[in-house]
Design a protein around this ligand. Structure first.
Ligand code: AMP
Length: 288
């Protein structure tokens, strides 16, 4: 049985009940799918108490983004949480999370939050880090679980916890995909069947790039771009960026780079903006 609470006061007895156990939190915006389920499973495996938060955070949406139309499916979400063994869902009101109204003090990500997603969504990572900080304060977990699907977010959360000496362990969970490769996302439900077919280009480009990891950074970028270009040429897909970055700071890697990298893409199919990424290891290679 999963409990549903809306206030910090209602959540407190659950936290008190596991004061000496491991407490885990999974933060979500709802419209839950198998990707979220994987985070819940990992939390269930690692922790004695599993708290899921459901909160569509206004601070991380830009003025022309999809805050109003973001899917809100609380009844279905609760069923999925129950199946996954979540103990308690905390779905606070905006007034509880932002008691002073629009916050004056926020967490700023610095340069690592200004590339890729940060460049296309100004203020996005300030909104994300501020809400993650707030929800960590409100739920007080030992461990917090985040998806690799949002790789830049995961890296910034890790960096925030390190830089601000926050007493929580951050656990990254691999991306869950549909059988054909499309990364699960709450926004996939916006897609028509034609747009979904177009959206598959993102993961196909990433896998094509990954296959060239032994041939160096330029070969990876070329292979991924070649796949994207076929769909952008028809106007069905608009690519915001394709980038091969160093996961430590999300800067583009140079041609001779070896080691762990992240191949990341963001694109729009119709009015739906999707992101995806793959971790890969660039190995030493001969001159091209
Ligand atoms: P969201 O509800 O989209 O804010 O996502 C909540 C959490 O679920 C974030 O940590 C995401 O990275 C993670 N997540 C979203 N989609 C996936 C996926 N396909 N696989 C794994 N984790 C995911």
């Amino acid at each position: 049985m999963t409990a549903l609470v809306h206030t910090r006061a209602e959540l407190q007895p659950f936290l008190d009940g596991f004061a000496n156990g491991k407490r885990g939190v999974v933060m979500t915006m709802g419209a839950l799918h198998e990707g979220h389920l994987e985070l819940f499973k990992q939390a269930r495996h690692d922790c004695d108490l599993v708290v899921a938060t459901i909160f569509v955070n206004p601070l991380q949406f830009g003025p022309n983004e999809d805050f109003d139309r973001y899917p809100r499916t609380l009844d279905d979400d609760l069923k999925l949480c129950a199946e996954a063994g979540v103990d308690v869902v905390y779905a606070p009101a905006v007034e509880e999370v932002y008691p002073g109204g629009q916050p004056i003090v926020k967490v700023t990500p610095g340069p690592m939050g200004e590339t890729l997603e940060g460049a296309f969504r100004p203020g996005f990572f300030t909104g994300v880090l501020t809400i993650v900080n707030k929800l960590l304060n409100l739920t007080d977990p030992d461990k917090a679980f985040f998806g690799q699907k949002d790789a830049q977010q995961l890296a910034l959360v890790r960096r925030m916890v390190l830089d601000l000496n926050m007493p929580v362990e951050i656990i990254g969970v691999p991306t869950v995909r549909d059988e054909d490769g499309l990364a699960k996302s709450s926004r996939n439900r916006y897609l028509s069947s034609e747009e979904r077919a177009t959206a598959l280009t993102l993961s196909r480009a990433l896998f094509a790039g990954q296959e060239k990891a032994t041939e160096g950074a330029d070969a990876v970028r070329d292979a991924a771009n070649a796949v994207l270009e076929r769909t952008t040429a028809t106007g069905e897909l608009t690519v915001d960026y394709l980038a091969l970055v160093d996961p430590r700071d999300f800067s583009e890697v140079p041609p001779a780079f070896t080691g762990q990298a992240v191949l990341a893409v963001a694109a729009r199919a119709g009015t739906t903006r999707l992101i995806d990424n793959l971790p890969l290891t660039l190995t030493p290679h001969g001159a091209r």
